[in-house]
Design a protein around this ligand. Structure first.
Ligand code: UT7
Length: 353
């Protein structure tokens, strides 16, 4: 059976930054509250569609892997904020890439989407259905934010990350994988106003969360999953080089770190820069950690997440030899003509008047 490893990585974070102080001009909140409760200092807000960020992250990952769009067998987009409900975001990305040999579908597992996607890529590779999978986590979650719902409006941000997952005979890649879900907790983190259930109703589009319930569950599930992922890989906790956790709250991340008695250097944290980018979080952090030299050849990594569904999951992953991209591309998103806060306020006015 083939192993599944990552040979390319890329990210696309939109250029417009919204700081906590910027948000405080339109939301009843403060930098002090957001920083102390979540660790977030700023987030990115996109002026382009989710699929545009996803496509650029994908092209960067393809360059890093040294592959072309014709080499892709399958495209998976993990997202809960697709451009459209029909068709899948992956089909829109496929067309933008011209990857006409590839099958394409989405996964919605909330913030755990990237790990669910990695599991799917693993299965496609292990069964020989695909040899090379483009896996993207991409969110334009700012589109769902209601600035009057301050308990969630301050937490989320936009962005995309992508990896190329390839079949290999080398002893590397996915070493353990576990996923879980509890749909009875659906109401604890949900978006209202979107979906067939709401047609004909006057439901307001907003993300609604029982923050403390989610917090409690996230600490437990992410801690348990991290411990199990390490054990199931046959590793000791001291062998782990880097945990890349979902970034929803710096206090949750710290609780996971303490659970496995890891040092601060062993856990990747970028929540202060991007907030919670849902399914995009882990691939953005992964690409950043390779680029900034945190991930070394052969590194033992843990990916772990918890999110809407409720869903959770973790994977132990051994990096290969290569930490340098085979190639890079110069392309970027078009220059925005509005500030991040203007984009948020305009969208809010268009939705709610
Ligand atoms: O990605 C999926 C997973 N998501 C998560 O893991 C998120 C998990 N939850 C959390 O991270 C935290 O629960 C939050 C950051 C969302 C909230 O932190 P908390 O310490 O649980 O605060 P809280 O919900 O208990 O709210 C405390 C107070 C309330 O005021 P009162 O009733 O005590 O007077 C809220 O009204 O903070 C108030 N509040 C705010 N104040 C200023 C809520 N949102 C804000 C805000 N600014 N943005």
């Amino acid at each position: 059976m083939k192993n599944a490893t990552i040979t390319g990585w890329g990210r696309c974070v939109p250029p417009q930054i919204v700081t906590n102080d910027d948000l405080s001009t339109v939301v009843d909140t403060s930098d002090e509250w957001i920083t102390s409760r979540s660790g977030i200092k700023e987030r990115r807000v996109s002026h382009v569609n989710n699929s545009d960020m996803a496509t650029l992250a994908a092209r960067r990952a393809m360059a890093a892997a040294g592959v072309t769009s014709d080499d892709l067998d399958y495209i998976i987009v993990a997202t809960c904020t697709p451009d459209r409900q029909i068709p899948a975001a992956a089909c829109i990305v496929q067309a933008k890439l011209g990857a006409m040999q590839a099958a394409a579908s989405d996964i919605n597992a909330g913030c755990t989407g990237f790990i669910y996607g990695l599991s799917m890529a693993h299965g496609l590779i292990a069964t020989g259905t695909a040899g090379r999978v483009l896996l993207i986590g991409s969110e334009r979650i700012s589109s769902y934010l209601d600035l009057d719902e301050r308990s969630t409006a301050v937490l989320f941000g936009d962005g995309a990350g992508a990896v190329i997952v390839e079949a290999t005979d080398r002893d590397e890649g996915i070493k353990s994988m576990h996923l879980g879900a509890d749909g009875t907790g659906a109401e604890a983190l949900t978006a209202t106003g979107l979906g067939t259930e709401f047609i004909g109703q006057e439901a307001r589009l907003a993300i609604i969360m029982d923050g403390q319930e989610i917090f409690k569950n996230a600490v437990k599930r992410m801690g348990d999953e991290t411990v199990d992922a390490i054990r199931n890989a046959g590793w000791e906790e001291t062998e782990v080089d880097l945990v890349i956790p979902h970034q929803a709250n710096a206090r949750i991340i710290d609780a996971v770190r303490r659970r496995i008695k890891a040092s601060e250097d062993q856990v990747y944290v970028n929540i202060h820069k991007y907030g919670n980018t849902s399914a995009a979080t882990i691939p953005i952090a992964l690409a950043e950690a390779v680029e900034d030299g945190t991930i070394k050849p052969g590194a033992k990594l843990i990916f772990v997440a918890f999110g809407a569904g409720l869903t959770w999951g973790a994977s132990a992953f051994q990096w290969g030899d290569r930490v340098d991209p085979i190639a890079t591309i110069d392309d970027d998103l078009p220059t925005p003509d509005r500030t991040g806060i203007e984009i948020l306020v305009e969208k809010h006015k268009a939705l709610y008047g």
